[in-house]
Write a protein that binds this ligand. Sequence first.
Ligand code: MGD
Ligand code: MGD
Ligand code: SF4
Ligand code: MO
Length: 723
Amino acid sequence: MSSTTITRREFLKIAGASLGALAVGQMLPIKVAEAARRAGMLDINGNGYIPTMCEMCVWRCGVRAKVKDGRVVKLEGNPEHPHSLGHLCARGQSGLMNTYDPDRVLTPLIRVGQRGEGKFREASWEEALDLAASKMQEIKDKYGPEAMVFSSTHNLSQVQFENLLNAYGSPNYGTQRSLCFNAMIVANQMTYGLEEPFRNYDGLKYLILTGRNLMEAISTSETSILSHAIDKGLKVVYIDPRFTKTAAKATDWCAIRPGTDLAFHLALLNVIISEDRYNHDFVEKYTVGFDQLAAEVENYTPEWAAPITDIKADVIRRIAREFSDAAPYAMAHNGWRTSNFENSFQTQRAIACLNALVGNWGIHLLPAAAEGAGLGAPPQPPYPRASAMRLDGVPWKYPLVPFKLGVFQELRDAIIAEQPYKAHGWFIARQNPVQSLPDRNKTLAAMSKMDFIAVVDIFLNDTAWFADVVLPEASYLERYDPLNVVGDLAFIRQPVIQPQGEAKSALWIYKELGKRLGLEDYFQYIDEEDYLRQQLAPLGMTLEEVRQKGYARLSGGSDEVEFTWNTPSGKVELFSGTLDNAGFNALPTWEEPPRPSAGKFYLLTGKVGRHTQFGTQNNQLLRKYQDEPRLWMNPVSAKALGLQDNDLVKVTSAVGEVNIQLWVTQAIRSDCVYLTPGYGHLSKGLTTGYGVGASDSVLHVTFTDPISGSQALTQTFVSVTAA
Ligand SMILES: Nc1nc2c(c(=O)[nH]1)N[C@H]1C(S)=C(S)[C@@H](COP(=O)(O)OP(=O)(O)OC[C@H]3O[C@@H](n4cnc5c(=O)[nH]c(N)nc54)[C@H](O)[C@@H]3O)O[C@H]1N2
Ligand SMILES: Nc1nc2c(c(=O)[nH]1)N[C@H]1C(S)=C(S)[C@@H](COP(=O)(O)OP(=O)(O)OC[C@H]3O[C@@H](n4cnc5c(=O)[nH]c(N)nc54)[C@H](O)[C@@H]3O)O[C@H]1N2
Ligand code: SF4
Ligand SMILES: [Mo]
């Protein structure tokens, strides 16, 4: 036996010898340990590293799990992974606590009390899956497959979730996209014919960030690249009504009036065109609609924008000049969530046009690599045709929203209205719509209409709390998922901890449910490992090789940047014929968004560095370092209302009210208040997170951008009084 190989028996012997050395933690799964041992990643005593991927947020950084005596003791960033570049953020580093959270659901649960009472009994997988399948089959037989709603947020096994919903035949699919970045996606599609360009910071000199709080709303690689670029002199203009950690790092912080980002960008376009600061060569060769755009922005001067945005005209003019002087080493970042106002789509369009005018394409904005290219997949028969229309009005009401993704908040409202037809069941995976959709009471009302609700999660999240069946997934450190492609590398998520209790991978759950629904032909993989082998087959790579290195290399695409775009004209569309044909403004055009009446505030939401959405507040490590969330308010406003720091206040919107403590701070405009999202949990199954703070989703009124289908959260206005 060579020094880098180990038999199963020997490993168990070593592992057994160290049992008891550690108070907590499971032994490494044997196949993973053996592969790491053969790769020289793990020594004879079970010490070393195993590659896998983080899932504490959707960014999926590469992880090297540090192993001591055969058990994982720490998570570190994988230097070979382009998303982590050797680092994990605080959430990533707290991942072991996600797996070992005492509130994990480790056995399937079936509701016994009233919905929302939180009374469940433990059940076998057999019983829970049989029950879920029989209810889903009953709904399909009685009302048609469209009566079953499916919803899930972006994750690696989503491809099999979608397989299940397509095979079942329902058109009703709710994703996080309309709650998140549909405005950016649809604007990029209309302008460049792609969803989101890749952003290259090499040599970048000037960056405009519109509400993109990269220092707190983290994407580890982009956040760290931005930090380094700032250290090297990158100028950053940061636009946010709130002084965030990104504002603290910026050259300019513009405390813009919410909802007026479009006016600001229109004024930049005005200066760049009227002062002849655009890239003639790029515009002539690669764009259509310049003359129409120039005519449209003629009157949008900095002097026009100043009273609208509260940013001085000379500041706007200076930023336009600095931006165009730095071009093509400049970038107007198109943000991510940006679902702030109903006009956010047009803001995104203006940003896309701005980058094109100064010719940043091909240098700092590049086409993104195709996802999954080169990987295999299990064979499957064609899907049945979904005969019914979508509940949410895509495409008849929202012609430009990608059909597959839909408008989730509208789907929820259609469930309540029972129009155009009635939905009877809801299958939810890796998502917490009770918290993530605006207007929580409405979401609860939609759930109460359901004959049957099943939830796949690792905790009793707020949505699982209202479920009839809870199907517990193994945590991301305990399971396999389909491979994740980043550039020309396909990374593996592999179990570094044995699944605890009865928890199972989503790949297993969907296949087993599919089988019980008579859909087994759509799930032609024996188990998770077989699934991965089928993905790897066209690459001629074995699972063993990928386990050892943590990734497989796909056939590389060309490094040449193409100067054609997937739009009807093949060019960058400053004027969009597609928008025009659909009856929308073909050019970014100013329309005044609503403003709060006297005495009311814009309600701002926004991420914090230590938490992911609504899913990590129960993590004991992250909770330990998190202050109680409070309502931010400017001292001028607090004084006018006779309120003081730490006062308990009542926040009231058109749809709800919450009580929360006040934080009086200069870090926010006087016409805004801000509440950290993710608190105010309803589920008592979250024993660490329950009872902390308040939920801003209770307050949010549902507004939807008619073009992109994005929700518009900052359009909610609230009043604040002493509680
Ligand atoms: N730590 C952490 N990182 C994350 C996440 C997380 O949950 N936690 N989530 C990830 C996800 S899913 C996403 S989509 C991204 C989101 O990343 P970002 O797009 O940066 O989103 P947010 O933090 O939601 O909002 C950013 C800022 O928008 C400001 N804002 C509100 N209204 C307006 C307005 O009208 N105009 C302007 N200019 N600004 C406004 C808010 O004050 C807030 O500071 O973050 C990702 N990264
Ligand atoms: N008020 C307000 N609303 C918002 C936002 C905001 O900033 N403020 N942000 C919006 C944005 S940008 C987004 S992307 C959406 C996000 O909306 P959601 O996707 O609904 O929110 P998350 O909290 O990310 O939900 C993830 C769920 O996955 C569970 N989970 C964690 N790990 C696993 C796992 O391994 N397996 C399974 N099966 N489940 C797991 C968590 O327990 C959690 O319940 O919310 C949107 N809504
Ligand atoms: S950004 Fe943080 S939480 Fe998200 S995948 Fe990376 S390390 Fe994990
Ligand atoms: Mo998001």
